[in-house]
Ligand binder design. Structure first.
Ligand SMILES: [Zn+2]
Length: 375
C-alpha cells in the first residue's frame, strides 16, 4: 500500500472538510507516494513517539494531535518542532494528522456510546453544508439516460433513499444561430422540443462530478441547466455530544461511572455530589471551548478534560457540574478505534482491494497520561 491509500481510508472516515478553520490536518510531513509496510498510530506526536517510530522502522505515523499548528519560518534542530520534523524527514516517515475532523466524525458519537447516551445531539456545531438543486432540460427520449448518469454520481440521495428525482414534461423553445450544430431544429428557426425537466438534489462535493456526467450523455450542444443553493442544511457535524442517561444518578455516582468507563486513575468533579444528573454532555479532549454551548443546552454535567478553575466555577455557578477526567484519557480510545477501523477496511473488505499488497502492519505507539498524581 502507499501512503495515499491510507490517507484515502482516513478521509473516508474523517473528511478534512470537517476540521475547524484554525486546525491543521492532513499529510503534514513526507510523501504521499511512500510505500507503507509498517504504520504507527498515536495520540500525540511527542518526541518519544517519533523515536519509537524510528526504532520500529515505520513508514508512516498517524497522530490525533497535529505536530504543526501555526506557520513555521524555519526547520532546524534548535527547537522541538524542528527537531521532530527533521527526524521524520531523515527517517523517511510520512506523517499524517487527523484532529478536529476526527473529533467531529468519530469521537463525539463514540463518546456518547461509551456513556450510553440516548436522544443525542451535537454539542457544538462546527460544520454543516448547504444542499444544492440541479435542474436540467432534456429531450424526453434521453431523459432516462441523463437521469441515470446523474444519480450514478450520487445525485438525488435523501437520507436512506437513492435515485430521488422529480420529472415534469414541457415544451422547450430555442433558435439555433449561425455556426451552431443543433441536435433538434434548424439554423435561424425557432424550434419547439418536447423536453423533460429533471430535478435532483446534490451535495456540494458531488456537484462537479454530477454536472460532468450529465453533460457527457446530454444530446444538446448547449445544455441548459440551473444550480440552486438551498437553505436545507445537511451533514451537521461538531465537537462533543449531548444526550440523556437512562436512569438518573447522583453526580458522584456518574463521576464513578466515568472513571470506570475510561479506566481513569482519577477524575475531578466540580458540583454538588448528591445532585441528580440525567442530561449529559461529553467532549473528549479539551472542553473549555464547549462550556458555553453546554450551559446553553442546560445539561446537568459536562464530562471533558482541560477544564480550568475559572471555567469550572463559572459553570457551577450557573447550575452545570463539570467532570474533568483529563485530556489524554478522554481521547485515547480513538487510537484503538483507528486501528480497528483500518484493519477492518484493509483486511475485512469484500472487495479485497489490497490483496496484492504486502501485508501492512499496524502498531500502536506506547503512550501514557503525561500527568501523574501524588496523593
Ligand atoms: Zn485532544
Amino acid at each position: 500500500m502507499e501512503c495515499k491509500d491510507i490517507i484515502r481510508l482516513m478521509e473516508e472516515l474523517a473528511p478534512v472538510r470537517y476540521a475547524c478553520d484554525w486546525d491543521n490536518v492532513g499529510l503534514l510531513v513526507g510523501s504521499q507516494n511512500k510505500k507503507v509496510q509498517r504504520l504507527m498510530l498515536a495520540l500525540d506526536p511527542s518526541e518519544d513517539v517519533i523515536d519509537q517510530a524510528v526504532r520500529e522502522g515505520v513508514d508512516m505515523l498517524i497522530t490525533h494531535h497535529p505536530l504543526i499548528f501555526g506557520s513555521i519560518k524555519r526547520v532546524n534542530s534548535n527547537d522541538i518542532t524542528g527537531r521532530k520534523i527533521l527526524k521524520l524527514i531523515k527517517n523517511d516517515i510520512s506523517y499524517y494528522a487527523a484532529h478536529t475532523n476526527l473529533d467531529s466524525a468519530v469521537m463525539a458519537d463514540e463518546a456518547g456510546k461509551m456513556f450510553g447516551l440516548v436522544n443525542t445531539n451535537i454539542l457544538s456545531e462546527e460544520y454543516s453544508e448547504n444542499l444544492y438543486k440541479l435542474c436540467t432540460f432534456v429531450p424526453v427520449s434521453h431523459a432516462l439516460k441523463v437521469r441515470d448518469a446523474m444519480t450514478r454520481e450520487g445525485a438525488g440521495h435523501i437520507g436512506e433513499y437513492s435515485n430521488c428525482t422529480f420529472n415534469v414534461e414541457g415544451i422547450g423553445t430555442f433558435k439555433p444561430l449561425e455556426g451552431t450544430n443543433p441536435y433538434i431544429g434548424k439554423i435561424n428557426e425557432t424550434a419547439n422540443a418536447q423536453e423533460m425537466r429533471i430535478e435532483v438534489t446534490v451535495q456540494k462535493d458531488k456537484l462537479d462530478r454530477v454536472i460532468k456526467a450529465m453533460l457527457k450523455v446530454h444530446p444538446y450542444e448547449e445544455v441548459a441547466y440551473d444550480i440552486y443553493k438551498l437553505e436545507n442544511e445537511i451533514d451537521r457535524k461538531g465537537i462533543g455530544i449531548r444526550g440523556y442517561i437512562d436512569n438518573d444518578m447522583t453526580l458522584e455516582e456518574f463521576a464513578m461511572k466515568v472513571k470506570q468507563v475510561l479506566k481513569a486513575d482519577t477524575v475531578r468533579m466540580c458540583g454538588d455530589p448528591v445532585k441528580k444528573v440525567v442530561k449529559i454532555a461529553v467532549c473528549p479532549g479539551s472542553g473549555k471551548s464547549v462550556v458555553e454551548d453546554a450551559l446553553k443546552a442546560k445539561v446537568d454535567v459536562l464530562v471533558s478534560g482541560d477544564i480550568d478553575h475559572h471555567k469550572a466555577l463559572e459553570a457551577w455557578e450557573q447550575g452545570m457540574a463539570v467532570i474533568d477526567a483529563g485530556h489524554f484519557i478522554t481521547e485515547y480510545f480513538v487510537v484503538d478505534y483507528l486501528r480497528d477501523y483500518l484493519i477492518d477496511k484493509i483486511y475485512n473488505t469484500d472487495e479485497d482491494l489490497y490483496a496484492n499488497s504486502v501485508k501492512l502492519e499496524i502498531i500502536k505507539a506506547e503512550e501514557k497520561e503525561p500527568f501523574s498524581y501524588i496523593r
